[in-house]
Design a protein around this ligand. Structure first.
Ligand SMILES: Nc1ncnc2c1ncn2[C@@H]1O[C@H](COP(=O)(O)OP(=O)(O)OP(=O)(O)O)[C@@H](O)[C@H]1O
Length: 306
């Protein structure tokens, strides 16, 4: 097992920031940690990487207990924190050499490790530049380079695409995908579409608890088929719509537009609503699956877990 957390819990003060987080990852690829601001993503990642001591629970990296053998465990972890610790007065070469030394790479291997990671992260052509003079996108690549220089099995990236411009975003995603081919990448974001683009698996946390953990495909089918949008020219009372079997909640967005939450498949419920619209003269103008506003998915999942 590459990563396993066991009832991981942490409190900074009196309230729990995360509670009973259980994660198991056993293969390479990109796993997304999705959650709104303050959900507990950074806390979880900081603990996994040994930057914060948990209040309760255990973390195993490559089956090594990070509390009992922190040095051994850290050999298999690379970490790109939300604010990477870059030294702006060093050049890329100097900084990466320093990181290689910190990671206890053998002296004779340091130069080749630095060269290899520069090549991989597209930094070779600017390696004598001072970090302070780099664009945000290049600084991010240097941050990624330090996280993989020692070839760890697990690479943890806290919001790695946050704040990048559209071109930098494309480059960063490409690099992260490449890294995901031979490493396990645990990546956090508060943006569902970002996780959707990059990840094969998703772990969603809300208020410090895991509310969903499955493949991206499973998440998408869950998130997208549970609500639909409908426009009616002469809508009835919500209570009448609730009579349609399978409808669990009706929400008026405007006087004509509604969001309907339902159980079962979209095809089934839309047939029933269309039939009800005809017999009740609701004059349906439009019906479509709701693409799943993240807030709604959070709400549904949080209710489900409760
Ligand atoms: N150093 C700290 N001291 C006290 N409370 C903290 C500290 N760091 C985080 N918290 C609290 O712990 C909870 C989880 O925060 P965390 O930073 O892990 O969330 P997050 O999902 O990473 O959010 P963001 O995307 O905003 O960074 C929040 O309620 C936050 O206010």
């Amino acid at each position: 097992m590459i990563l396993r957390t066991e009832n991981l819990s942490h409190r900074y003060s009196s309230t729990w920031a995360i509670r009973d987080i259980n994660i198991e990852i056993e293969r390479t690829g990109i796993i997304g940690l999705l959650g709104s601001n303050g959900a507990g993503k950074s806390t979880t990642m900081n603990i996994i990487c040994g930057a914060l001591n948990q209040t309760e629970g255990n973390v195993f990296i490559n089956d090594i207990d990070t509390r009992k053998q922190p040095e051994e465990a850290k050999k298999e972890i690379g970490f790109l924190p939300q604010f990477p610790p870059l030294y702006s007065d060093l050049t890329i070469d100097e900084y990466l050499t320093y990181c290689a030394e910190l990671r206890s790479i053998q002296k004779t291997q340091i130069r080749s490790a630095v060269n290899e990671v520069k090549e991989r992260c597209g930094l070779a052509h600017i390696s004598s530049r001072l970090i302070r003079n780099l664009s945000g996108g290049y600084k991010q690549r240097v941050g990624i380079a330090q996280a993989i220089i020692h070839k760890p099995r697990l690479v943890v990236m806290d919001e790695p695409t946050n704040g990048l411009d559209p071109n930098q975003l494309i480059e960063a995603r490409k690099l992260i995908r490449e890294i995901g081919q031979d490493h396990t990448v645990l990546l956090s974001s508060h943006i569902l579409s970002e996780i959707n683009l990059l990840c094969q698996e998703i772990i969603m946390i809300e208020s410090g608890r895991v509310v969903f953990s499955d493949s991206m495909d499973a998440f998408n089918s869950y998130a997208q088929t549970k609500s639909l949008l409908m426009r009616l020219e002469t809508p009835p009372h919500a209570a009448d719509i609730m009579q349609v079997s399978g409808v669990t909640q009706t929400e008026f967005l405007t006087s004509n537009q509604l969001r309907i939450f339902f159980e079962g498949s979209y095809d089934e419920i839309s047939d029933k609503l269309i039939a009800a619209s005809i017999s009740g003269s609701w004059k349906m103008k439009e019906i479509s699956p709701d693409k799943g506003l993240l807030d709604d998915v959070f709400k549904q999942l949080t209710n489900r877990s409760a």
